[in-house]
Design a protein around this ligand. Structure first.
Ligand SMILES: Nc1ncnc2c1ncn2[C@@H]1O[C@H](COP(=O)(O)OP(=O)(O)OP(=O)(O)O)[C@@H](O)[C@H]1O
Length: 449
């Protein structure tokens, strides 16, 4: 079948500038495999250039030779994974191929339908992300007012996961197979724009986004801070997409209002749709994530190990996941059980949070510091030293735990209004720097986090 490629290449020789043909098309080897045109480039540089710049021309030439437009895979002789030109590898009609090829040429290199890495099913929902999850689901169902979604969180808390889940879900819905999805990061957008400026193809670059995209998924838009030229182009593209009723998902590590050096018009576009913020997971969600990930790995994680991980890696799910994977891998390599010792060894390689403080730790600290037992703290006694000890416990519990005032009060046999008064009394003494206040400050600072 390689003579097919020779015919396509001959056609390209006639259509392209001689230099372009010699440089980019001549080194390619091509053949038809299962209805797809598979092109091998000698290296990644050539492959990327051909995929980015010549895909349309190749598609057209192939269409003329074959009387239908085939799917194209771009492979690299020394490279790893194939890069599919189409998001949908089912029905291959000329229209579908042409439509799909435009945005995907500018998408992340490996985003074919099969390569969405994350789904809704493997996203663990907790209080920290339930709104973002619901909004992402709503976006897929085209709920009224869900044309644009802005997902925001600190790094490693699931923005990419949800964005990819949206892409996977929409690409999966049979009635949306024709939809042209463009998924890329702010940085990729910028580098493609720079390349198009260098090759004087900015108009084509803009046109691809304006007319070739039904759903734009743009990650890490905080990248645009301070990049004026990029912001102009993005603003125009967003305006055009929004005017045409096209849908947009964006992610950012910062809220629109926290971004600096961004054109106000662009900021206002960022804030135009639904803004969903994800927080750090609470301990129950962290445990659920550990359990879900170990289920996928088909490994049993002992409860004490799960509790240790959930306690010491609290603010970044990516780190939590990576630590868990390393523990599982090490246990497999050493052919040993997953134990606390093994977990501790792996944990040393991570940036750990301090052990969290729960109410029982607060109680035992206060009892030790003041020389009372819990029953004396819970008693009705209004003796000054007991009141101070109790108030210190209220204050520390409020500071270090996520418990409500009512929960704290319950443990000490007190109403939540008493807890408020106790905390205020401690704060007042400390602020006034009285002798008692200084003593309280010292005691409070001894509670090691
Ligand atoms: N709620 C969750 N349930 C299951 N896995 C999650 C959840 N949140 C995050 N993860 C996992 O944590 C890892 C990091 O998540 P993700 O890449 O989506 O974070 P991000 O917010 O996009 O980070 P960054 O800002 O650094 O790009 C991924 O492997 C993802 O699957």
């Amino acid at each position: 079948m390689s003579d097919i490629w020779e015919r396509i290449a001959d056609l390209l020789e006639k259509k392209l500038a001689p230099g372009a043909y010699q440089l980019w098309v001549k080194p390619l080897r091509g053949k038809l495999e299962n209805g797809a045109l598979v092109l091998h480039a000698p290296n990644e540089f050539v492959r990327n250039h051909v995929q980015l710049r010549l895909q349309e021309e190749i598609m057209e030439a192939a269409g003329e030779v074959l009387s239908c437009t085939p799917r194209i895979s771009f492979l690299c002789e020394h490279g790893p994974a194939p890069v599919l030109a189409l998001a949908d590898n089912t029905v291959q009609t000329r229209t579908v191929s042409r439509q799909m090829s435009l945005p995907v040429a500018h998408a992340l290199p490996t985003q074919s339908v099969q390569s969405w890495r994350h789904q809704f099913d493997d996203f663990v929902v907790g209080p920290c992300n339930s709104l973002a999850y619901a909004a992402s689901r709503g976006f897929c169902q085209e709920l009224p007012g869900s044309d644009q979604l802005f997902l925001c969180s600190a790094p490693g808390l699931g923005k990419t996961h949800l964005t990819q889940a949206i892409g996977a879900e929409i690409a999966r819905q049979s009635n949306r197979r024709h939809l042209r999805i463009c998924y890329l990061s702010g940085e990729e957008f910028a580098s493609q724009l720079v390349m198009s400026i260098k090759s004087r193809t900015v108009d084509q670059f803009k046109e691809r986004f304006r007319s070739g995209v039904d759903l734009l998924m743009l990650e890490d838009v905080h990248f645009f801070q301070g990049k004026e030229k990029m912001q102009d182009e993005l603003l125009n593209i967003l305006k055009s997409l929004q005017n045409k009723g096209r849908r947009v998902v964006m992610t950012s590590t910062f809220l629109p209002k926290e971004l600096s050096d961004i054109d106000p018009g662009l900021l206002s576009r960022f804030a135009q749709g639904f803004l969903a913020v994800m927080d750090k997971p609470d301990s129950a969600t962290r445990l659920n994530i550990i359990q879900a990930k170990s289920r996928v790995a088909q490994v049993h994680i002992p409860n004490d190990v799960a509790a240790l991980l959930a306690d010491r890696i609290r603010s970044d799910i990516r780190q939590l996941e990576s630590c868990l994977k390393n523990i599982i891998l090490k246990a497999r390599l050493l052919n040993t059980d997953i134990s606390m010792d093994l977990a501790w060894e792996i944990l040393q390689n991570y940036d750990l949070d301090s052990p969290s403080i729960d109410l029982e730790r607060v109680i035992s600290f206060v009892c030790q510091a003041y020389g009372f037992g819990l029953e004396e703290l819970r008693s009705k006694s209004r003796k000054r030293d007991r009141v101070m000890a109790r108030n210190t416990a209220f204050y520390l519990a409020r500071k270090h735990t996520e418990l409500s005032l009512a929960d704290i009060g319950r443990r000490f046999n007190r109403k939540h209004s008493t807890v408020i008064k106790g905390i205020a009394a401690v704060e007042q003494e400390v602020a006034r720097k009285t002798a008692l206040g200084n003593q309280l400050s010292h005691t409070i600072s001894q509670m090691q986090v």
